[in-house]
Write a protein that binds this ligand. Structure first.
Ligand SMILES: Cc1ncc(COP(=O)(O)O)c(C=O)c1O
Length: 383
């Protein structure tokens, strides 16, 4: 792993943190009350019936957004409670239109799903018989459904910088009919250089299907980055998957979507569970995607908190791969599971084991206060 210099979040332009918090509903008086002290601890886990130790945990384990949904989505949630007795067609249709407008494609180029997990399962049902070529490690869902369905997964180790090794993947294209690219990557957190990804896609034969998972697209801060949505719609063999779970803070609501050429979108949609997105989830997702500011605000907050985490890890001498996401992958230089358990004992839940990276600790970005608490806990555990 290479050590990353903490990124300088763009704090000099645009909205201040105060503005962003105000938009989150932490208006005037509440912000003044915060003064210079610590921020409120968004994202504390509180589930009735769980043991106290677990309920005290700061959840930095699942790449969730600690601030949750935007205010407009919260308002819709309250209002739509009245419609929980209705089937969701009248709510999912507007969401479909809103997503198509948001990404700038026709509705026939979009299918919805109950989170991108449902979309990945649809891909596995439709196509995994042809075998899946993917990075190792990568996000597990497509590979695990592929294996469950008795089909083959070919894993190609990531390179020393934690990036998909596109040259090595090119050499193995013959071994599978489906290629899964997670960009930015989970769990590595890295982004592929744009020109390399574009050149790789140029090389992939037209009879192979390419699934590009852009779950973390909205967090990317690289100047030359662009989504593959436009290319996918113009292609006959590429689809792009996105989710409302990350930047929009809706992981518990289960909404995702896939964009691509009509024929492929139709194939996938045939495998969707009908009505899998409920009234309230669809309404909240529509409100989120129509909010003109929320994603940019959340990106800014994420950069700010991630810089604190990265600076803390650098101080502890723990290298990270360069993150373009709402989490970092840190090299502990020793097995991560005992550290993971010791962190949990201190009330900080961090990422799971990725077998290809036994020393890699994935830490999700939370609030600035949570980042300080996480670094303090890690310092104590590593001491
Ligand atoms: C790369 C990637 N894809 C897909 C998902 C699944 O997200 P969801 O089903 O919540 O949309 C995740 C969740 O962590 C992810 O990291």
């Amino acid at each position: 792993m290479t050590r990353t210099t903490p990124r300088s979040a763009d704090r000099s332009q645009g909205l201040s943190r105060r503005d962003v918090l105000a938009r989150l509903g932490w208006g005037g008086g509440a912000i003044s009350m915060l003064g210079a002290g610590p921020l409120p601890d968004f994202g504390e886990l509180r589930i009735e019936g769980l043991p106290a130790a677990q309920n005290a945990a700061i959840r930095l384990s699942s790449n969730e957004n600690p601030y949750g949904m935007c205010q407009a989505a919260r308002d819709r949630l309250q209002a739509e409670v009245e419609n929980a007795n209705r089937y969701p067609f009248a709510w999912s249709a507007p969401l479909h239109g809103a997503v198509a407008r948001h990404v700038g494609v026709a509705e026939s180029n979009v299918a919805l799903g109950a989170g991108s997990t449902e979309i990945l399962r649809m891909c596995a049902v439709a196509w995994s018989e042809r075998g899946v070529l993917q990075a190792e490690p990568t996000f597990e869902t497509l590979g695990s459904y592929t294996r469950k369905f008795g089909n083959r997964v070919v894993g190609v180790p990531v390179d020393a910088e934690g990036r998909h090794d596109l040259n090595a993947m090119s050499d193995r294209l013959d071994e599978a009919g489906v290629i899964y690219i997670c960009n930015p990557s989970n769990p590595a957190s890295t982004l592929l250089p744009q020109s390399e990804l574009d050149a790789f896609l140029d090389r992939v034969p037209g009879d192979k299907l390419v699934i590009i998972d852009e779950a973390y697209h909205e967090f990317v801060d690289a100047p030359d980055y662009h989504s593959q949505v436009e290319r996918s719609v113009a292609s006959s063999n590429i689809v792009v998957i996105r989710t409302f779970s990350k930047i929009y803070g809706m992981a518990g609501m289960r909404v995702g979507y896939v964009v691509g050429p009509r024929a492929l979108v139709r194939q996938l949609d045939a495998h969707r569970t009908e009505m899998s997105i409920g009234v309230i989830s669809a309404a909240c997702a529509t409100a989120s995607i129509e909010d003109p500011d929320y994603a940019a605000d959340q990106k800014r907050l994420n950069l700010e908190a991630r810089s604190i985490l990265e600076a803390g890890l650098e101080r502890l001498g723990r290298p990270v791969w360069e993150s373009q996401t709402n989490f970092v992958m840190c090299d502990l230089g020793r097995p991560m599971m005992p550290v993971n358990r010791a962190m949990a004992d201190r009330g900080v839940a961090v990422g799971r084991l990725f077998p290809a990276l036994p020393n890699g600790l994935r830490i999700s970005v939370g609030t600035p206060a949570q980042m300080h608490r996480c670094v303090d806990a890690l310092e104590a555990v590593l001491a």
